[in-house]
Design a protein. Structure first.
Ligand code: ADP
Length: 319
């Protein structure tokens, strides 16, 4: 049996651990494994390499993706998907493991609809995919943010400053909310709710009364920018010194955490087993500590809920 593997869309730490698991599990189950470079574009361009167990040696704890990733606009058309399927059929590839985020899920679903069996391993720092409690890369990214929070707190408290830290999360506040909770931020702004102006005001006024002048505000990029938050504070609290920091792309890279290596290894192996057993059109999800198979149609059509009660907890614990 010939099986393919591809990493697609935004890269995330732990993708390599997933590729390694896919290849090694495939080889163990007597499959011939083919890796496509640069996401779905590599399938259309027939940019591939055959992968044996040894070829994935030494990649387990490397960030980024060794296969390369990318966005492939052509794939959003039926014609693009058709072209990829023609390539896969001509190579006698019976199934494909797609490692990527929500866009990649849609691409994999399109492949299934046109007759090519594809199984997804969810990998995105945003952790915004329905049907899985964790996605590969989220834990590493959260820890990177927490490292920055800890450093910023040191300087904020030394100088009694107010800091605004902008983190990733265009559509999801998961990273901002959980880094605020774990890092003891006073305020967090997420895209799921409006800007928390009243909390900002309360925290600053409350801080003045208690003599606690160092304040950390975490904003998710999809909520408002660090600049916008800093402007609000300066306008409403003249004389209050505000510093801002935008974490940017350091959040994407780096060595994957133990947790990400573990879920990537488990999910990658499970995806291959599912394909070998005839599975199709599913994503491997983590629910509790169990791996489950979730239909792609369901994972795509439903939105993962964020626990909004954590917003109050962040504020309560910072008072
Ligand atoms: P991510 O997988 O990280 O969310 P993207 O949103 O860029 O990243 O999606 C990755 C790729 O998935 C896109 O470049 C495109 O090739 C494919 N894709 C995205 N949306 C669709 C769709 N609706 N139908 C088919 N393919 C899609």
């Amino acid at each position: 049996m010939n099986l393919g593997v591809v990493t697609s869309g935004g890269d995330s730490p732990g993708m390599n651990a997933a590729v390694r698991a896919v290849v090694r599990q495939g080889v163990a189950l007597d499959a011939r494994m083919i890796g496509f470079r640069q996401g779905f574009q590599g399938i259309i361009d027939v940019d591939l390499r055959e992968l044996d167990a040894q070829s994935v040696s030494g990649i387990l704890d490397r960030g980024g993706t060794w296969l390369g990733s990318g966005r492939c606009p052509q794939f959003t058309s039926e014609q693009g998907v058709r072209k990829a399927i023609d390539t896969l059929h001509s190579l006698e590839i019976e199934g494909l493991v797609v490692i990527g985020g929500d866009g990649s899920l849609k691409g994999a679903h399109a492949l299934n609809r046109q007759g090519l069996r594809a199984v997804v391993v969810p990998a995105t720092i945003d952790n915004d995919i329905y049907g899985t409690e964790a996605t590969i890369g989220y834990d590493t990214c959260l820890n990177t943010i927490l490292d920055a929070v800890s450093r910023i707190r040191d300087t904020a408290s030394a100088h009694d400053r107010l800091f605004v830290l902008e983190v990733m999360g265009r559509d999801s506040g998961e990273l901002a909310l959980n880094s605020a909770l774990a890092g003891g931020a006073e305020v967090v702004a997420i895209p799921e709710t409006g800007p928390p102006w009243d909390v900002v005001r309360e925290m600053i006024e409350h801080g003045h009364q208690r003599g606690k002048l160092h304040i950390l505000i975490i904003v998710a990029e999809g909520s408002l920018s660090a600049d916008e938050m800093a402007q609000y504070v300066s306008r409403n609290f003249p004389g209050r010194e505000v510093r801002r920091s935008v974490l940017g792309h350091i959040q994407r890279g780096g060595r994957p955490s133990a947790r990400d290596c573990i879920i990537a290894s488990r999910m990658g192996a499970r995806a291959v087993t599912a394909l070998v057993q005839g599975g199709s059109d599913v994503m491997v999800g983590l629910q509790g500590e169990e791996l489950v198979l979730v239909s792609l149609a369901e994972a795509i059509s439903r939105k993962k809920e964020i626990d909004l009660s954590l917003l109050d907890l962040v504020a309560n614990l910072a008072r």
